[in-house]
Design a protein around this ligand. Sequence first.
Ligand code: 4AD
Ligand code: MG
Length: 481
Amino acid sequence: MTQRLNRLKIATLLANPPLHQPTVVLGWVRTRRESKAGVAFVEVNDGSTFDNLQVVIPASWSGYAEIVPLLHTGTAVRVEGVLVPSEGGRQAVELQAGSVTVLGESDPLQYPIGKQKISYETLREYTHLRPRTNTFGAIARLRDVLAAEVHGFFRARGFRWVHTPVITGNDAEGAGKAFQVTTLDLEGIAASGRDSETGRSGKAPDHKDFFAKDFFGKAVSLTVSGQLEAEAYALSLGDVYTFGPTFRAENSHTSRHLAEFWMVEPEMAFADLEDDMELAEAFLKHLCRAALEQCPREMAFFKERVEPTVIERLEAILAAPFVRMTYTEAVEHLKASKETFEYPVEWGTDLQSEHERWLTEKYCKAPVILIDYPKDIKAFYMKVNDDGRTVRAMDVLVPHIGEIIGGSQREERVDVLQARMKEMGLDDHAIASLDWYLDLRRFGGAPHAGFGLGFERLVQFVSGMANIRDVIPFPRTPGRI
Ligand code: 4AD
Ligand code: MG
């Protein structure tokens, strides 16, 4: 007999209860309690929805004495029974069990996430078990809904999803330090000072020679962003987006940085910064609305247990237009403010998260799109403004997070782009690795623009979770994997 014969997921069964029908439920025990009359009440969760199903095991069941004592938190069970209206106040229906089978036991003395309250930090030691908790189950379902809505939003607007590579030969993209990918015998090099294949001394080898024997015949790394490759497809297909993992080897130990994170990067041909800002605002609003509409149970839980203002915050995003401001204006407001910041603000320096949060949380009390940043603090590919000092960059700042989106109109003038590469300190080797990128301007270059949304920062924003490590299933941060 198939395990799944007559099986109903708890989400389906609670939404539309087939009363008095033979029903099978497969899931994990959350709690068990026995009444004085010897009836057992077992809360079972199968992950399909936030809520548990109450299973009632009558004292008259022949297997009671053998099975009920095994039903500890975490035990996998198969329950056959019939759904009946519940007499207790908390749930509409309950499953009157005819029989219960233990599929996998869970020793209460060993199970690390049993009954006692346990901090998010401690749960990071058990990333493989934490999705069994209310919080991490809710986060996982929210992530799934938001990811599907990323695709839904772009498909509805005629954007194509492009799969950009994870391993890249681009050098010095200006988006943070990259992880090197190599098959060279690093232990051998360390031990002998020489690489067994190249025979080269490990000391200050010539870059090109040294990597000629590496897997790809050159130095390569994990991608920091799919943008440059997305540009190639935007300048062929029109409107495209990427959605995949990106990697940054920065030694950041903050609550909003990961070494591996997911990024959504739309790129539009025949578009300018204005078009980019409109897309970013519509996109964020779409995702916030989707969370409210499709995850009401999870959102109610986040409000109750994670961050009391989280729903209001999302509603506020939907209600008002985003504030638009130049970097120069923002610096003036910051300097005129009475706040004491840890880092001073001067025109030409990058804004810190404390500055971003003051602008969006205190000064504007709304999401802010900052544009026209000084060219020296932004990547080489951003279009230079007529003032020669600023670039057509935009950062979208939201309360609780600060920067959630970074984007720009791209420089389409090949001579200006080459000059910017040199100005930003790219060496000949790096510029040569990007010659294909210059081709995109040499042959049919057109105005184009795009942005990157940090997917975990979005999930953090929507759920109210304080630490980015708690919104990705298996976080990777410096020193921890
Ligand atoms: O601002 P960033 O570095 O922009 C880019 O990478 C561009 N290539 C995007 C584009 O124009 N296509 O990164 C984009 C977003 C940030 O705004 C932030 O939300 C997120 O990615 N992000 C991170 N999220 C988690 N951990 C990190 N270490 C992150 N670094 C950036
Ligand atoms: Mg940025």
